[in-house]
Design a protein around this ligand. Structure first.
Ligand code: GLY
Length: 601
């Protein structure tokens, strides 16, 4: 990465290992927390260097090989990073149909290095016009007890994917739309090979159909066509001829193929209504993308400027808060490195602060007041960081940069992040979602499109957790036209006005913690994007009050438990794609946790 030197261990371990179990407690107000990681290990061996392949002209990192190759094909054809992003996004709709697609939405963060311009495109799903704050509280429970905000027509938000592609194209695209759509059409018509991650998604559908027989009609098209009724193995080829036909039409007609008088609004809402939904054609026709100002946080860890996604993303604010807390407290803790107990404890406590704020204050700022300035106020963030101590953990209720007023606040395959950088340094960080695995399980058979279940990202029943176990405030209640709070966190770090690293991820709230840890690994001098992405990670989301460690960090468990954390092992903390700009080229990295593969030229 540009101008970054590898940070060596600056100090010896400060003291002996933990003796005895420390109580769960807050720092005394005003005591500034304990000044050093006096009882936690701060030293570790330097990480093994892992090679990362460099590219001179452009790079694309996705969680699906054909989608990375689609982006590079467009870059080679003379397209810019946004052209490549559109081709990549549409190909992901084909090859990761359980993660993202035309029936969903997303966020795209764009940085134009040549002019310094940055923009944030919000094409997230919105609440249908006939859904209000009490909609879910008043619904009868389905026979098998599933949550109607998760499956079937009532789970579906108004999709924004194709309006988003067109908005990005009109603002920045250079090649004909038909050229950008071509790789996705090929992948849909010729097919793509099933991998292990795809099979895991099929297993989720199988298990849901078993536990909830009333979801069998809902999921029939997905089960018959994309899951092959469960008779499917790695290497099988999935073809989607209806989706190919529809993508061809989109390439010819643009947005008219979606929301024009002869578009698919009636078709889509017909499916939704047949399965108890309330979408109306006008919901599709009236949908609007929103161009937003990215959050810009200057001088992060000295010489980075961070471009982050604003609300309705919660990720931008949370990542900015944790980075600032880490920067503020690491020196007083003896500069422990990633992978040590002291570093992990400080990061966990910082995450608890950030997720408490997320739960209490964040929602769609176009509909409710979100105190963005206070949440990003450096003094308030540092004061919260000062409350962190190294001989115990904060009490749950005292977490948060803005304390107080706590509402009482699970994991996914339904999101996909990719990053692109072109030869001019133009950078796109894009995260797209249909929320859960295969979204609502509903499809529009005539065009082969899966409908999202993004409504579950709202606070559907006040006080109850969503799919990801996140509790959220009444600010995030559904309302016509409102966007549900998101964890999607497309991020770009600049140095001297040029992209240094871009990252983002999938995995519900683990998007935030996964992306954050990859960024921190790069900031702390991890030599390659690949090593930063592959390093073991941890996750804490304030509530439930559990620190989750990937297997590679389990050696820290005794120390972290002794400090007061409740620790559990977890299979994975997000799936992160990143590109690091080195002096000798662009290095894209796709997360092995989802079996992705990056490309470049
Ligand atoms: N559906 C995942 C998110 O937006 O956070």
């Amino acid at each position: 990465m540009r101008h970054v030197t590898f940070v060596l261990i600056a100090s010896l371990a400060l003291a002996s290992l933990m003796v005895g179990c420390m109580p769960s407690t807050d720092a005394t107000p005003g005591d500034g927390g304990s000044d050093a990681a006096s009882s936690l290990t701060t030293e570790r061996k330097a990480p093994a260097s892992r090679d990362g392949i460099r590219h001179a002209n452009g790079a694309v990192a996705t969680d699906s090989k054909p989608a990375s190759e689609a982006g590079v094909e467009i870059l080679k054809a003379g397209g810019n990073a946004v052209d490549a992003a559109i081709a990549t996004a549409l190909t992901l709709s084909v090859t990761r149909p359980y993660s993202c697609g035309i029936g969903g939405g997303g966020f795209m963060l764009i940085f134009v290095e040549q002019t310094g311009e940055s923009r944030a495109l919000d094409y997230r799903e919105t609440c249908p016009s006939r859904v209000g704050p009490n909609y879910y509280a008043n619904l009868p429970t389905p026979a098998s007890g599933y949550d109607p905000s998760l499956y079937g027509g009532r789970a579906v938000g108004i999709p924004g994917q194709l309006p988003g592609m067109i908005a990005a194209y009109e603002a920045f695209g250079t090649l004909p739309l038909e050229v950008l759509v071509a790789p996705a059409i090929r992948a849909a018509r010729a097919g793509f090979a099933v991998d292990a991650n795809y099979l895991a998604a099929v297993e989720k559908v199988r298990s849901l159909r078993k536990s909830h027989p009333d979801l069998r009609p809902t999921s029939r098209w997905v089960w018959d066509n994309l899951c092959r009724r469960g008779v499917i193995e790695v290497g099988d080829i999935i073809r989607q001829p209806k989706l190919a036909e529809y993508l061809e039409r989109f390439g010819r007609e643009g947005i008219a193929a979606w929301s024009g008088p002869d578009g698919i609004a009636a078709l889509l809402t017909g499916v939704d209504r047949a399965f108890d939904g309330v979408l109306r054609p006008r919901d599709i026709e009236d949908y609007k993308v929103v161009w937003r100002e990215p959050l810009v946080v200057k001088n992060v860890f000295g010489d980075y400027d961070a471009l982050l996604m604003p609300p309705p993303s919660s990720g931008g604010i949370a990542i900015a808060q944790v980075l600032a807390m880490m920067e503020h407290r690491l020196p007083s803790a003896g500069d422990p490195l990633p992978g040590t107990a002291a570093y992990s404890h400080l990061m966990t406590e910082s995450m608890r602060h950030a997720f408490a704020d997320r739960a209490r204050h964040l929602a769609d700022a176009d509909f409710v007041d979100v105190p963005v300035d206070r949440l990003l106020d450096r003094g308030l963030i540092e004061a919260a960081a000062d409350r962190i101590r190294f001989d115990g953990v904060l009490a749950t209720d005292s977490c948060g940069v803005i304390e107080g007023g706590s509402p009482d606040v699970l994991e996914d395959e339904g999101t996909s992040h990719f990053s692109v950088i072109d030869s001019n340094g133009m950078t796109v960080a894009c995260t797209q979602t249909i929320n859960g695995t295969f979204g609502s399980l509903l499809a529009v058979p005539e065009i082969g499109v899966i409908l999202n279940n993004e409504m579950n990202d709202f606070t559907t029943i006040p006080g109850e957790s969503n799919l990801f176990g996140l509790k959220q405030s009444d600010r995030n209640l559904p309302q016509s036209g409102k966007r549900p709070l998101s964890s999607m966190s497309p991020t770009i770090l600049l140095q001297d006005g040029r992209t240094s690293v871009t990252a983002g991820g999938s995995g519900g709230p683990r998007i935030i913690t996964g992306t954050l840890q990859v960024l921190l690994a790069v900031i702390h001098g991890e030599e390659t994007a690949r090593a930063a992405v592959e390093a073991s990670r941890l996750h804490h989301q304030w509530k439930p009050d559990i620190l989750r460690l990937e297997a590679g960090l389990l050696g820290l468990r005794p120390e972290l438990e002794a400090t007061g954390h409740v620790v559990e092992e977890t299979g994975g903390v997000g799936v992160v794609q990143a590109i690091v700009v080195h002096e000798d080229g662009l290095e894209p990295a796709s997360d092995p946790r989802k079996g992705g593969s990056a490309a470049g030229w």
